[in-house]
Design a protein around this ligand. Sequence first.
Ligand SMILES: CC(C)c1ccc(C(=O)O)c(O)c1O
Ligand SMILES: [Fe+2]
Length: 300
Amino acid sequence: MTDLHDIRYVRIGTDRLDESVEFATRILGLELVERNSQAAYLRGDDRDHNVCYVKGAGTGHVVGFEMASSGLLDLAATELEQAGYRVRHGSAAQCEQRRVMDMVQFEDPTGNCIELVARPAASGVRYFPSRDAGITSFSHVGLRTTDAATDETFWTQQLGAKVSDWIGDAALLRIDGVHHKVALFTSQVAGVHHVNFQVREVDDIMRSWYWLCEQGVRIAFGPGRHATSGARFLYFYGPDDMIYEYSCGVRIFTEEEERVHVPRQFPREATSYCTWGSKPDIAEFRAAEAAAAGDASNVG
Ligand SMILES: CC(C)c1ccc(C(=O)O)c(O)c1O
Ligand SMILES: [Fe+2]
């Protein structure tokens, strides 16, 4: 069984490379590590990079996960191929673009592009952002799913993730002691829904909330508290309507808790997403509400 070591990066194709870099550095609080004509590499922790904006929206979204060794990467690739998935092995140029020694690429059942990598570049230089948002690490992605049950089976059976909780039929998936590194997010299309950075404390979230509002940044959800991971959160929109999430206090399981944890089933309703009563400004939530209202008016 594949054992994902950690989430490593997201790659976001964009026709607004300059604007994305400006937003990520001036607003979000990432550090620009490298910029060339085709891509920009940024980070919110001491790793080489966590976010790479790639020129051309057609490039789409990619989520990269680190494997603990090249041997385990090869094993994972073989298992995926045996299960009928089309696995593309990364060329030298693709490995170089990702700053890794080895990589493979495939799609989950929804069509999200996933990469497994080995020996990603480490950095001897510590994270030094241009805005102090209190970011401590890149932590998870919200990943769109058009069929939550099928994607959950793929992530758990094929990639070794475990369900921490469900909201409706969408699973929050962990690959280590952190409550989730992938939050499946029900949608009509594939793609990364949001990119999460942990911040140090709730003060950072509230400070950013006031500041982002002053800057005219569109808030997507929050400030609030997730019922599932217990994290306090704030979501906001960047270029291309990509959503970024700051959160703090995500549940970390001890080894014993992790071993015995039974996933909880939360209903797909507002209090499962936010225990404080914040209302999301997010298309998929609006669509779900409209569908529910339509269903309710048909009852009887
Ligand atoms: C709104 C999404 C799917 C979501 C739900 C719950 C948590 C959490 O428990 O921390 C998230 O981080 C989310 O992004
Ligand atoms: Fe999230």
